[in-house]
Design a protein around this ligand. Structure first.
Ligand SMILES: Cc1cc2nc3c(=O)[nH]c(=O)nc-3n(C[C@H](O)[C@H](O)[C@H](O)COP(=O)(O)OP(=O)(O)OC[C@H]3O[C@@H](n4cnc5c(N)ncnc54)[C@H](O)[C@@H]3O)c2cc1C
Length: 385
């Protein structure tokens, strides 16, 4: 495992630090208050290539891989978890199209998507389930190359922006499902108002109502009846990206807690002198560092294991399940290091905690991640670690 960043990774990571500190940090308050992610900042992120890192150069990507992407998402989440989440949810449909699209679909959607021409969506979750593809009720009816999709998708990110949405729907009369690329706001597409959620205020989720949305053979992504395969592939890289976001959240909470402990005085001395503060600082640091090391190992797996998606999925799920719960614990500790100041918006650490509590409940629950990883480990003949 490579712990030292190579030159390309260092250059790209530095540009993420530059963006986060100089462009994003001054706008964090605005994002929280307006509960909107500014269009101009989204385009700066796209222009800086942050949507392109994991895709091949032949489609306009940088071909820098998932380890580099992880480093970038971490640095952005360290300042604004909302911004890193926005990037991650934009990558979900791009990953689906990159991994499973036809050449025509890649030219039509991947190439402009990488450049930030739209904010795409991926719609799997429904009111009944966000964990079990067998329970999907959104259905595509028809045949002979024409289908009508009807159903409700829940908690769908970016659903109010124009652009493509990858919809996973059950195949009529079968136990299988298929993914379709649909244009948002086409005939039969409508939305709820955004869900009012605890954190990640710069990235909104909606219910999407699909009422006889017409699609053709050319809109099928990854083959008819192959929706489960598409989900496994796409969400594997999604879990990895979210793990980077959650690690960055811990970095952000760590930064604030260390600064506060050094600055706050009791009887003229900083509270960092208290053993209880040193204990918490060490635990916050250990949680953050162990998450980063696990993240980089899983990202390296994603970059190097190209012929065994189940193995990469198990790695990503193991890490995502672990980091998600740790992010909540770590941000709680960082907040407690601030005592009452920690619960005020002014001191910012409460924002990191509010964003962190979403971690075990997005892109598959933390429980399900452990089931995926554990079942792979116990079935596998090879030594997993
Ligand atoms: C901010 C945000 C953005 C999101 N964006 C998107 C998006 O763009 N697209 C999208 O499709 N979804 C999106 N989601 C939805 C999210 O991915 C799902 O909510 C998540 O995967 C969990 O699904 P659920 O809430 O339906 O939980 P459920 O599946 O109903 O699970 C409920 C509880 O039961 C447990 N459970 C379920 N099944 C099992 C089992 N077999 N064994 C053991 N325990 C089980 C789970 O661990 C969980 O604790 C988003 C969610 C959030 C919060």
């Amino acid at each position: 495992m490579e712990f030292i960043r190579n030159e390309l990774q260092e250059t790209i990571r530095s540009s993420a630090v530059d963006f986060a500190q100089n462009y994003l940090k001054p706008r964090v308050e605005e994002i929280e208050t307006a509960e909107q992610f500014p269009e101009d900042l989204f385009h700066i992120m796209a222009d800086m290539g942050f949507l392109s890192l994991s895709y091949p150069e032949s489609y306009g990507g940088l071909g820098a891989g998932y380890l580099t992407l992880s480093m970038v998402l971490e640095e952005i989440a360290r300042v604004s978890p909302s911004a890193a989440t926005l990037l991650t949810v934009c990558l979900l449909p791009l990953d689906a199209i990159h991994l499973f699209g036809t050449e025509a679909q890649k030219q039509k959607y991947l190439v402009p998507g990488i450049q930030g021409a739209y904010r795409g969506s991926l719609a799997f979750t429904e009111p009944g389930t966000g964990s079990d593809p067998k329970q999907l009720t959104t259905v595509a009816k028809g045949g002979n190359g024409k289908y009508l999709i009807s159903g409700t998708k829940r908690f769908i990110s970016n659903a109010a922006y124009k652009g493509p949405i990858v919809v996973v729907a059950r195949d009529e009369g079968a136990d299988t499902c298929t993914a379709y690329i649909v244009e948002k706001f086409c005939k039969g597409y409508s939305l709820s108002k955004p869900w009012d959620k605890i954190g990640l205020h710069g990235s909104h989720v909606y219910d999407v109502f699909l009422d006889d949305v017409e699609v053709t053979e050319a809109d099928i992504l990854g083959g008819y009846g192959k929706g489960f395969d598409l989900l496994i592939g796409t969400t594997t890289y999604g879990k990895l990206a979210f793990s980077a976001v959650f690690t960055g959240i811990m970095d952000g909470a760590y930064d604030l807690a260390v600064k506060y402990a050094k600055e706050k005085l009791h009887r003229g001395s900083p509270i960092s002198k208290f053993p209880s503060m040193q204990d918490k600082a060490a635990r916050v640091a250990a949680n953050t560092l162990s998450s980063r090391l696990m993240l980089y190992k899983a990202a390296e797996d994603a970059d190097t294991i190209t012929n065994d998606i189940r193995r990469v999925q198990a790695s990503a799920a193991l890490v995502k399940g672990y980091i998600a719960d740790l992010a909540v614990e770590t941000c709680t500790m960082a907040l407690n290091m601030h005592a009452s100041y920690g619960v005020t918006a002014e001191y910012q650490v409460e924002r990191f905690l509010r964003d962190a509590v979403i971690a075990p409940n997005i892109e598959g629950s933390a429980d399900i991640q452990r089931l995926i990883a554990g079942s792979y480990i116990l079935k596998s003949a090879e030594h997993f670690l």
